[in-house]
Design a protein around this ligand. Structure first.
Ligand code: FAD
Ligand code: NAD
Length: 466
């Protein structure tokens, strides 16, 4: 029987990063993945394919709506070849997952394909084409998450679908009904909106992206409405059925009046839940929480001292980069180091266009905590760079402590916000004040000038360009 210092169950961004870091630290490492490709949700059916389709659909929309204004005339009709678009997405996925195979080989990590299940706290059975058993001094559970649904919905995966099917549709929906105005609903909703579908979002909370700063959510709502999204907040979905090629969603609005939505596809995007099926966690003494998450302490250690858990299968934001940080954290903990993660500084991004990005506290969280703060906000439309590319929507908002000027939260809607948020993370890691950021040179013309201007506005209300 092969024996390892560390075995990792699950090869998503949590698992494969943990494996690489364990190997870098000199530990004999194995990774177990039940699917034939590595990379987990993120690389196969999550971050990477969704961004590939967002990019393709963005190009199409630019060609149809904006090229003419740029002085680019395209003779003839611009057509979508959906099959080719989906095939390109798949080739991006294949290249990316293939890259993980390479990294496993490079770092001399043994890869086992099959379902990993605990026999006891130090032995794992792997059932796949060739079943086997391995011994591991330490194990990291990185089994991720699966899409959630609502109790009254029977997903047929043809017209009543989750994000996984939405990434490989064979036709463009005429009317896509999206249940859940969170990250998946808006990103994939925007892909099909750009390709020509009518898109109706039905959201239970009183606003889309309800966990983000309310100002950001309001701005995104405004922009999406301009893009002709039909957004129905404060709607409680109560039934979803398929009749032939039609899907019918019924919901009660905030006045308690029943509203009916009829479309040809319904994307259910109401969140994801931790995945531990087949793991046989109890055989190793690993406890789950009431909500089915693997229970961990501050060292991400489970109730079995030699078993750790990371990523979507434990508490916290379900984000690839959060899983990656935890993978590194646990590898270093097992190696006897004292790593640290500041969860407040894990940024969140929505890859719609304009993009949405945030780090730190929202205004609502600061108010609830009774922290006195000041706000500096700068509109993207006041930047030369925004006018050059016709990306005028959005703003950057900086929240800073009223007495110390320390930056407590940064929230932005705008072109390239996903990349710009890194500056805010660096600033907050080093506990910068708004004035510190306002005195740093920002290249002109760039979208990042909005960060400097928002910092000037937060420091002592002296932005330069408005
Ligand atoms: P996963 O990536 O879910 O990987 C877990 C792996 O474990 C899977 O491969 C699974 O097959 C395997 N596994 C499970 N049980 C076993 C077992 N018993 N034996 C062997 N293998 C097992 N996050 C972002 O940060 N940015 C984004 O842009 C983004 N976009 C997304 C878009 C979509 C459509 C979706 C669905 C998610 C997106 N996410 C995004 C979220 C991101 O994908 C997850 O947060 C991330 O993949 C979690 O990583 P993980 O390693 O914890 O688990
Ligand atoms: P989410 O939590 O972002 O959004 C779910 C939405 O559904 C929420 O707005 C919620 O209020 C709503 N909802 C819940 N129950 C409902 C009901 N009965 N009727 C109507 N609306 C209801 O979850 P998601 O969009 O499914 O994404 C799942 C996870 O994947 C998220 O945790 C997210 O972080 C991650 N993800 C991240 C990215 C990214 O980082 N860009 C992209 C996609 C997914």
């Amino acid at each position: 029987m092969n024996s390892y210092d560390v075995a990792i169950i699950g090869s998503g961004p949590g698992g494969y990063v943990a494996a690489i870091r364990c190997a870098q630290l000199g530990m004999k490492t194995a990774i177990i993945e039940k699917y034939s490709t590595l990379g987990g949700t993120c690389l196969n059916v999550g971050c990477i394919p969704s961004k590939a389709l967002l990019d393709s659909s963005h190009h199409y929309e630019d060609a149809v709506k904006h090229f003419e204004e740029h002085g680019i005339d395209i003779p003839g009709d611009i057509k979508i070849n959906l099959e080719k678009m989906i095939a390109r997405k798949q080739s991006v996925v294949d290249q990316t997952t293939g890259g993980i195979d390479f990294l496993m080989k490079k770092n001399k990590i043994d890869v086992y394909q099959g379902v990993g299940s605990f026999k006891d706290a130090t032995h794992i059975l792997i059932s796949g084409e060739e079943s086997t058993e391995i011994e591991a001094k330490n194990t990291i559970i990185a089994t991720g998450s699966k899409p959630s649904t609502l109790p009254f919905i029977t997903l047929d995966k043809e017209r009543l679908i989750t994000s996984t099917e939405a990434l490989k549709l064979k036709e463009i929906p005429k009317h896509l009904i999206v249940i859940g105005g969170g990250v998946i609903g808006l990103e994939l909703g925007q892909v099909y909106k750009r390709l020509g579908a009518e898109v109706s979002v039905v959201e239970y909370a009183d606003r889309i992206v309800p966990t983000m700063d309310a100002g950001v959510s309001k701005e995104l709502n405004k922009v999406l409405k301009k893009q002709k999204f039909k957004i129905n907040a404060s709607h409680k979905v109560k039934s979803v059925e398929r009749v032939g090629d039609e899907v019918i969603v019924k919901a009660d609005n905030k006045k308690g009046v029943e509203v009916e939505f009829k479309g040809d596809y319904c994307l259910v995007a109401v969140g994801r839940h931790a995945y531990t099926d087949g793991l046989n966690a109890e055989a190793a003494g690993v406890k789950l929480t009431e909500r089915g998450l693997v229970d961990v302490n501050e060292h991400l250690q489970t109730s079995a001292p030699n078993i750790y858990a990371i990523g979507d299968v434990i508490k916290g934001a379900m984000l690839a980069h959060k899983a990656e940080e935890e993978g590194t954290f646990v590898a270093e903990t097992i190696a006897g180091q004292k790593p640290h993660i500041d969860y407040n500084l894990i940024p969140g991004v929505v890859y719609t266009w304009p993009e949405v990005a945030a780090v730190g506290k929202t205004e609502e969280q600061l108010k609830e905590a009774g922290i006195e703060y000041k706000t500096g906000q700068f509109p993207m439309r006041a930047l030369g760079r925004s006018r050059a590319s016709m990306d005028l929507d959005g703003f950057v908002k900086i929240l800073a402590d009223k007495s110390t000027d320390e930056i407590l939260g940064v929230h932005m809607v705008g072109a390239r916000a996903a990349d710009m948020i890194a500056e805010a993370v660096v600033a907050m890691e080093y506990r910068a004040s708004a004035e510190d950021v306002s005195r740093m040179s920002h290249a002109h013309p760039t979208f990042t000038e909005a960060i400097k201007e928002a910092a000037l506005a937060a420091t002592d209300d002296r932005p330069l360009h408005i």
